[in-house]
Design a protein around this ligand. Structure first.
Ligand SMILES: [Fe+2]
Length: 399
């Protein structure tokens, strides 16, 4: 184990940005696949799955890392990935419905991108300033693979809508027409906001997963949305919706749609997100890491540039990939749900003072997540990688 210099680490964190080269990451004192419990103690994995093919050392020029880098250089990235212009609203929605995700360039202008990058670095600095056990540079986030963090779950409120940078992404001239086309109506809601990131040296593949389990209930609201999207409601001999119609409704109406904004160009080397096309309405589970074929491991969004975004049906199979570069890969997000998702599923994570700064459309979208005037949403503003500390902060606030 290498000794570490905490003062040097602090200065690395001060200089850190979520684009370009950084000294942050590549902590060889954190073993591959190590996860920690809610108090930060190494544990047996309780969430997700380990990567059985990971290099054995978290070292930039380790021979196994070099070999993986070579494979990624040759094979990483979806061939012929379509990248749309923001104005191609109909095409974007068509690809989204077909594949369960779509990449759109130039969603953010230079000023918006700079603001979000600054916010991402700020929040990450808070997370990484908590030292890891022993000689580890950083604390892992509870239950996650090393060097991988979620802005959402690292926040004690579970969301980032207390932060002006995240709130400012909700209603953009480039994104709102697209979200409206996807839902078939401008009446939808913001469910939350967060996003994930990986540090350089995140050598493991995250297992393929869906973010939400679709109960596939044919509620009145869901059928109404399908009609808005142009679905013809065919009946069978018993007078029920035909199976084909039911399937089509499920495919086209997702309970959760997310935009992940891209903070640095996604390359074959820096941990581009992988998305498996056409999996958003599947009931079967994705393959485990041991069974995952190479084509899925390489089905990543290489080529998406900084300022672009990925619209994701959160049911689609996806996962994070190795970041073997020297650059942090952050994908802050906003999450939207259709009106038929029950209000009980929402939590109040946005302070009233932030809500007041929003556009009228964004204010309407955020009705179900905004707190009353003068009330700080539970946990808002407290970032910590360990679950026990986040719980403590919320309890302290409530006492
Ligand atoms: Fe996910």
């Amino acid at each position: 184990m290498k000794n570490i210099n905490r003062a040097l680490l602090q200065s690395e964190l001060q200089e850190m940005q979520v684009y370009g080269e950084t000294q942050v990451g590549w902590d060889e004192n954190i073993p591959p696949n190590e996860t920690v419990d809610s108090d930060g103690n190494p544990e047996n994995r309780r969430f997700g799955a380990a990567d059985p093919n990971s290099p054995k050392r978290r070292v930039y020029d380790d021979p196994e890392v070099e070999a993986l880098r070579e494979t990624l250089r040759k094979h990483n990235g979806i061939r012929g990935l379509e990248i749309c212009e923001p104005s191609e609203v109909k095409k974007i929605a068509r690809i989204f419905r077909r594949d369960g995700f779509v990449v759109v360039r130039d969603l953010l202008n230079a000023e918006q991108l700079a603001r979000l990058r600054k916010g991402c670095a700020e929040a990450l600095r808070e997370i990484l300033s908590i030292p890891g056990q022993g000689n580890r540079k950083y604390a892992n986030e509870t239950g996650r693979l090393p060097h991988r963090y979620s802005y959402g779950t690292s926040s004690a409120s579970r969301h980032m809508l207390h932060h002006p940078a995240w709130a400012s992404m909700i209603d953009l001239p480039t994104t709102t027409p697209i979200v409206t086309e996807i839902f078939g109506s401008s009446d939808y809601r913001v469910w939350g906001s967060g996003g994930d990131l990986c540090l350089p040296g995140a050598i493991e593949y995250q297992h393929l997963h869906s973010d939400v389990r679709d109960p596939q209930h044919l509620t009145e609201g869901r059928i109404k949305q399908a009609k808005l999207l142009g679905v013809e409601l065919h009946k069978d001999e018993s007078g029920n919706l035909s199976v084909a119609t039911q399937k089509l409704i499920m495919e086209l109406t997702s309970p959760l749609v997310t935009i992940n904004f891209v903070m640095c160009d996604l390359t074959w080397e820096n941990g581009p997100i992988r998305q498996i096309p056409g999996t958003h309405a599947l009931q079967q589970s994705p393959p485990s890491p041991a069974d995952e074929p190479d084509w899925m491991r390489h089905s990543t969004l290489v080529g998406a540039t900084a300022g672009s975004g990925v619209f994701r049906d959160n049911r689609a199979w996806h996962g994070a990939t190795p970041n073997l570069s020297k650059e942090i890969r952050a994908l802050p997000n906003v999450e939207y749900s259709p009106m038929w998702r029950p209000q009980a599923d929402y939590t109040k994570s946005m302070p009233h003072e932030i809500w007041e700064t929003l556009t009228p459309h964004a204010q309407k979208m955020c009705e179900w997540i905004k707190a009353d005037p003068g009330v700080l949403p539970a946990g808002a503003g407290f970032m910590h990688p360990l679950a026990s500390k986040r719980t403590e902060a919320v309890e302290k606030q409530n006492s």
